[in-house]
Design a protein around this ligand. Structure first.
Ligand code: ADP
Ligand code: MG
Ligand code: MG
Length: 875
């Protein structure tokens, strides 16, 4: 079996065998670039090494020696030959790039004799000794396990003693002295002389590179980046070129384009008279690549051309390592360059314009998840972060503001134009007005899909949840993190993308939808077959959604309109009504308000479809908290027993108790409200139709899709459908206007999915409410699961992912498929969509496409992500 490949025997498709570095070195060799010659020991040899109990088998040894002989032949030098020594680098190179994680040794083959030969041959003793001391230090560190610290300390002392400020000032004699010191360090630390035999050096080094596959930092890096442990690393043996011969030499790294902005200019750094890691080591400050143009115009020219050629060859931005030896350029590595989201977009778009890639490839070059970075305010990275605590990164974006603990106060201050951050143990729908007014929300309890998180994400607002380290004292109006006390009114900054909470104010950068971004999304729209809508509950969100390219609204939750602070008392009046008359009079007050909201939303969407869900949550959510109310009542009973306030509060408490449920999420909510209190749904339907009639006067045509939530039996839908039709007829008669509308349902109860053929008889469309459907399919209470056991389930791999974030295709997905299939068996053109949190998650979006849904609906800020992910699903 072939374990060793010369550079001219491989190519870039052999990454699995040769590692990324080796495959690209081979590829560059074959296209005629100036790559120092060498060979690659395959990843299979690494695995064989481990299988044999960390031993290189005689067969592999033999192949290495043969390859070495060929290398000697080609270079006309010999390893260990003092009159003409071959020196090599021994470089690790895994299948996936793991920059700096494993070991590399330069100048191997140097010893007390070859160093003299080098000095004579190059007529440059200073260079020869400099190379030797580098080799001793690197080899000792990597192979002999002698910490670099000892060498650095010695060199530091030497420099100080002789008044040198930088390494290039040291002469040949200086380095000779340093080398003597280095060798003594090795002897003292290892009780052995520094190995002089070059072949012994070579095999020791190869062993060490194999070993470095399993060093701590490589293991951690693989875990973080989900790289399998069994791949192994290849080892590249390459003849050395020298950037440290003097001022006509140097070494550097460059990206073919700016990896931060994407701008099409060479971006990189180099050092004159330096070798290998000097550039990144930070000992000397490197110079920007642009100045190479003045210092070595010919080399720069050649380098720029090579960069261009490599980009054209690989069709992507490259990250290139190079060395110049006495005015001659060598390329030592190339790989696909890592980049920010902003750069990824710009590079993809410009490469299409330059004819390097096609649009489809461009669409695949940008990771939808990365787009989040661009759509939220971000912390200016040039400022230091003094982190106080870390919670769950529930909604990305950054914010600065004064700490407040109360939603009402947040609203007040927010309306006065103050920036505040609402800090709560947890949030409930009662806090919504405070969340709207706040810059961001922080909670000490609750998970990634807790109320605060869902609401904040919907608004594109930064949010950190479940920050357990936060000890909130609502009475003292302060919170404590360790020894730090943060008082009401103190400024904090949070980063919702990382979950960090920081003391004080840190400057921010505004989000931008660049021209390139818009263009890329336009291409995505051409490619995709799946519609993208947004979840929006108010005109502002609808405008945002429209701006981000949503083709309609897939979910407008009407209860959020009920939670406005000014409306809550009216809603409560409606709930507390003791008879139908009272309830209807409260509803009559609410009607014009709802109507106004609908008009605003319809207008913002400019004729795109809008799906409106009738009231869904249990009514107790609109009433005050039971415990708090009890405290107030008890207080009043003592202080003011005959007051009307007490009477009212007692009344309220009675009602709250009546509405109390053991399992509110499985209780009296959704269409079950409409079934028992039809007047509520009637009012909502009328508000919708009046809004349409009104807009028709202004020449705007609207096609609403009215959605009945939580249907489990076709009879529920049948009854609610009739109710909506009646309302429409009534408004049509009253206003003399004709209008179109659809009536459909959410599929969010397993029974609905399983009887979708029956339900479709009464429905014009289905919208899969996968939040509730996940909840009811797993039997997990969403609000409890995350905090209590879900985290552990995911960590212990009981579940592969959080099913509330990533659609569970095997279970919940099967119900979605069944629902679509049965529904379309009844109505072949039944419109179907999804409106859970999953509508904004890329793997779930792909599933929706494959399952044949017509659209996904997600929060406005996720619309660009969904457009891109929907396009990628079709490619
Ligand atoms: P890493 O994977 O950590 O980047 P490399 O194997 O790329 O490690 O080596 C690091 C640096 O060592 C290279 O960027 C290059 O500057 C230098 N180097 C490696 N091999 C040679 C060589 N044959 N000649 C000159 N310099 C080399
Ligand atoms: Mg490298
Ligand atoms: Mg629901």
């Amino acid at each position: 079996k072939k374990f060793v490949y010369m550079f001219n025997e491989g190519n870039s498709s052999m990454k699995e065998l040769l590692g990324g570095k080796g495959a690209n070195l081979a590829e560059m060799t074959s296209i005629g670039l100036p790559v120092p010659f060498g060979f690659t020991i395959s990843t299979e040899s690494c695995n064989a090494y481990y299988d044999a109990g960390k031993k290189i088998s005689p067969d592999v040894q033999e192949q290495i020696l043969q390859a070495l002989a060929r290398l000697e032949q080609t270079t006309e030098k010999r390893l260990g030959d003092p009159s003409n020594p071959l020196l090599v680098s021994v470089r690790s190179g895994a299948v996936f790039s793991m920059p700096g994680m494993m070991d590399t040794i330069l100048n191997l083959g140097m010893n007390d004799e070859t160093v003299e030969g080098m000095a004579k041959l190059t007529n440059n003793p200073r260079f020869a000794y400099d190379s030797y001391r580098r080799f001793i230090q690197m080899f000792s560190d990597v192979v002999l396990d002698v910490d670099v610290f000892f060498f650095e300390q010695l060199l530091e002392e030497y420099r100080e003693k002789h008044g040198y400020t930088s390494d290039p000032e040291l002469s040949a004699e200086d380095w000779q002295e340093v080398i003597a010191g280095y060798k003594k360090i090795v002897k003292d630390r290892t009780r052995k002389e520094f190995p002089q035999e070059p072949k012994e050096q070579l095999f020791l080094a190869i062993n060490s590179v194999f070993d470095s596959w399993n060093n701590q930092r490589a293991i951690v890096y693989r875990r973080l980046n989900k790289i399998p442990d069994h791949l192994g690393t290849a080892v590249n043996i390459q003849s050395m070129v020298f950037g440290n011969t003097g001022n006509e030499s140097g070494t550097g790294v460059a990206f073919t384009r700016n990896p931060s902005t994407g701008e099409n200019v060479l971006y990189g750094e180099y050092l004159i008279n330096a070798q290998g890691e000097d550039v990144v080591a930070g000992i000397r400050t490197p110079q920007p690549i642009a100045t190479l143009e003045n210092e070595m115009p010919e080399v720069f020219q050649q380098f720029a051309e090579t960069c261009h050629l490599l980009e054209q060859h690989y069709h992507d931005m490259q990250d290139i390592e190079f060395t110049v030896e006495r005015g001659k350029l060598f390329i030592l590595q190339t790989r696909t360059g890592k980049r920010t989201a902003q750069a990824a977009i710009r590079i993809a778009v410009e490469m299409v314009e330059e004819g390097i890639i096609d649009k489809k490839t461009a669409l695949l070059r940008v990771d939808p998840d990365q787009l989040n970075q661009l759509l939220h305010r971000r912390i200016d990275e040039s400022y230091p972060r003094n982190q106080l605590a870390k919670g769950l990164p529930a909604s990305p974006g950054a914010a600065t503001g004064a700490v407040v603990f109360d939603a009402d106060e947040a609203e007040q201050l927010g309306n006065d134009g103050k920036r505040v951050i609402l800090v709560r143990p947890e949030t409930t729908p009662d806090d919504i007005h405070g969340i709207i007014a706040a810059q961001a929300v922080v909670t000490s309890r609750g998970g990634m899909t807790s109320h605060a998180a869902v609401v904040a994400r919907g608004m594109g607002k930064a949010c950190i949840c479940g920050c357990e380290a936060l000890k909130i004292d609502l009475r003292e109006k302060q919170f404590r993190i360790g020894d730090t006390v943060v008082n009401h009114g103190d400024m904090i900054t949070i980063d919702g993308a990382t979950g960090e909470i920081m003391l004080g104010e840190i400057p921010m950068i505004e989000p931008q939808l660049s021209e390139e971004f818009q263009l890329l999304l336009a291409w995505a729209d051409e490619a995709r077959k799946l519609g993208v809508r947004a979840n929006a509950d108010n005109p502002e969100d609808a405008k945002k959604a429209f701006e981000f390219g949503a083709g309609g609204i897939g979910l407008c939750r009407t209860e959020h309109m009920f939670m406005d602070a000014k409306r809550v008392p009216i809603v409560q009046k409606m709930i507390l009504a003791s008879n139908l008359e009272e309830r209807e009079s409260a509803l009559a007050e609410l009607l014009p308000m709802q109507q106004g909201d609908f008009e605003g939303i319809f207008e913002a969407m400019q004729g795109f479809p809008v799906t409106i869900r009738l009231l869904d949550p249990p009514l107790h959510e609109f009433l005050p908290d039971k415990e708090e109310l009890l405290v107030e009542v008890t207080k009043l009973q003592i202080l003011d027993p005959s007051s009307t306030e007490l009477m009212e509060k007692e009344q309220l408490l009675k009602k709250v108790r009546q509405l109390d449920e053991f399992n509110p999420m499985l209780g009296h909510r959704g269409c079950r409200l409409g079934m028992i209190y039809p007047e509520i749904y009637e009012m909502q339907a009328e508000a919708i139709f009046y809004a349409i009639a009104n807009l028709a006067d202004r020449g705007l045509e609207v096609k609403p899709e009215i959605m009945i939530p939580l249907v489990g039996h076709v009879n529920e839908l049948k009854e609610m459908r009739q109710l909506v039709i009646d309302a429409a007829l009534q408004v049509q008669e009253e206003t003399g206007k004709e209008f179109d509308y659809l009536i459909g349902t959410m599929i969010e109860i397993p029974r609905a999915a399983l009887t979708a053929d029956q339900i479709a008889e009464e429905a014009d469309f289905f919208s899969f409410g996968t939040n509730d459907l996940t909840q009811t399919t797993f039997g997990y209470s969403r609000d409890d699961a995350e905090g209590k056991f879900l985290q552990a389930y995911i960590e212990n791999k009981v579940l592969p992912e959080n099913p509330f974030a990533v659609l569970d295709q095997d279970g919940v997905g099967k119900l979605v498929e069944t629902g679509v299939k049965l529904g379309r068996a009844t109505k072949p053109y039944l419109k179907t969509g999804i409106c859970g949190e999953h509508g904004g998650e890329k793997s779930s979006i792909e599933f929706c496409y494959v399952t044949g849904l017509d659209y996904v609906s997600c929060s406005p800020y996720r619309v660009p992500l969904a457009r891109l992910a929907a396009a990628q699903a079709t490619i």
